[in-house]
Write a protein that binds this ligand. Structure first.
Ligand code: FUL
Length: 475
């Protein structure tokens, strides 16, 4: 029997829920500026691995002089597949390699210089570390990023603005076109005091990246997509806005405190990235050890847990493999993070809020417990203070509180407190300023059945995507 077309149409509306059940409550307006799609993807990946590898690995230096013999670059059993496998298994989503550090030695066969692997006896001059990593990353489903130092202590044209910028753009174009999609391009602002004064044509570099790799975020002190966090300890500010005024930042000469905390009034969305090495140096050195698990966990809480992406450097050794001690520490770190975060004690709770946008189910408090960053609790536009309470159903013991804003609609909260209910009433266990993509508060271990998030100050009515409670055992 044939069903009349009109009936079919009506039935399909009912099944799809539209237009009859359309929510009448207007969605929250974004608080500008907001992240671009590539910035949002980048932020949600949370952890990237930095790989400093080059002639310094063999000379033991941190900053090469530029007159190293290409033959000195001689990894005995380069294994980029190992870098990528360890990175994926320990929770990293992106690999960022120093294609050229300040010494100017290109670890891909650049056509623009003789100071490259093509003049090394390694691999009979046919080696290409960038290619090996690009293939390994693809095989593990990881993103690839590249670092190309603007400061170049080898290149003779350095100091001649026109010639050097042309040279640099040539190298950049090679990296942007010959290795498949890139997720991040890293422009280091570092320059030694003795370097000849010259201006890098960042505007041209960045527009080439946009043209050839539109999916890649661009890192420099001032962004445009991702900013330096102002130190190399892996610590974001306890207050960390994803906004700054880019015009206030000069690459290579940035005000560290400004970058560390961001700027609530900033007109540009440029979230911070925390770069830090697992060891003392950026390059591998024989006599160095990885940081302890406790130090690395502290770094995690002060980077990812403060609205930052953690870019942890793990330098390949002279064989061209990650050092066994570093590898062991990375697996320990992964196990420790899994032990803390695999269980969310709030997930089975019930949430209620002091106010819900238009009284609509689409914005009710329960969305903070659904594990979905696209749904959130929202209030009406006029609300500037609000409370969200979670009843865990039974007493639970925890010492880590996770709060996440739906940053796709901007960053809003500037003051909040966490309280837990004890026999003699509510007790404040932590308070903070910004939240952003992820805020992790380490608190004294408490046992409670009810917890509340009190939002005291906002830049626009609050939105909260997630609230989680975790236990870090043995702390
Ligand atoms: C700095 C450089 O001078 C270091 O050698 C390292 O590459 C670090 C990530 O950035 O500015």
């Amino acid at each position: 029997m044939r069903t009349p077309a009109l009936l079919c149409l009506a039935a399909s509306f009912l099944v799809a829920g539209a237009p009859f059940r359309q929510d009448e409550v207007p969605p929250p307006r974004p608080l500008l500026p907001i992240p671009t799609g590539r910035q949002l993807d980048w932020q949600r990946k949370e952890m990237a691995m930095f790989l400093h590898f080059g002639v310094n690995t063999f000379s033991g230096r941190e900053w090469g002089t530029g007159d190293e013999d290409p033959n000195s670059f001689n990894p005995s059993r380069l294994d980029a597949a190992q870098w990528a496998r360890v990175a994926r298994e320990t929770g990293f989503r992106t690999l960022i390699l120093t294609a050229k550090h300040h010494d100017g030695f290109a670890i891909w066969p650049s056509r623009y210089t003789e100071h490259t692997v093509k003049n090394a006896s390694w691999g009979n001059g046919r080696g290409d570390v960038v290619r090996e990593l690009a293939e390994a990353a693809r095989a593990e489903g990881l993103d690839l990023g590249l670092y190309l130092s603007p400061w170049d202590r080898h290149e003779p044209s350095y100091g001649d603005e026109r010639a050097y910028n042309e040279f640099y753009i040539g190298q950049l174009r090679e990296l942007l076109t010959e290795y498949g999609p890139l997720a991040e391009v890293w422009f280091d602002g570092a320059k030694g005091p003795e370097a000849v004064d010259m201006d890098y044509d960042f505007a041209a570099y960045w527009s080439l990246v946009r043209q050839l790799q539109p999916g890649a975020v661009i890192f420099s002190d001032e962004g445009p997509d991702v900013r330096w966090i102002g130190n190399e300890h892996g610590f974001a500010g306890a207050t960390n806005w994803s906004t700054i005024d880019r015009s206030r930042v000069e690459v290579g000469n940035a005000e560290a405190d400004y970058l560390n905390s961001g700027d609530p009034e900033g007109s540009d969305w440029v979230p911070g990235e925390c770069d830090v090495s697992i060891r003392r140096g950026w390059f591998w050195h024989e006599d160095e050890e990885p940081k302890s698990l406790d130090v690395l966990l502290d770094i995690y809480f002060k980077s990812v847990g403060r609205n930052c992406v953690l870019l942890l450097n793990v330098p390949p050794d002279r064989e061209g493999r990650l050092d066994p001690a570093d590898v062991e520490r990375l697996y320990e770190l992964r196990a420790a993070l899994d032990a803390i975060f695999a269980t969310d004690l709030a997930a089975i709770g019930r949430a209620a809020a002091s106010s819900v946008r238009g009284g609509s189910a689409g914005y009710e408090a329960s969305h903070v417990l659904d594990g979905d960053l696209e749904t959130y609790w929202a209030t009406d536009d006029s609300v500037t203070r609000a409370t969200l309470e979670v009843d865990l159903g039974a007493r639970a013991t925890f010492n880590v509180v996770r709060i996440q804003e739906p940053i796709q609609l901007g960053q809003r909260v500037s003051a909040y407190r966490i309280e837990v209910e004890q026999d003699d009433g509510w007790e404040t266990v932590s308070s903070g300023t910004t939240i952003g993509h992820k805020k992790l508060d380490r608190i004294e271990t408490v046992t409670a059945r009810r917890i509340r998030l009190i939002i005291d100050e906002v830049r626009a009515h609050p939105l909260i995507a997630e609230l989680g409670l975790h236990l870090h055992r043995g702390r």
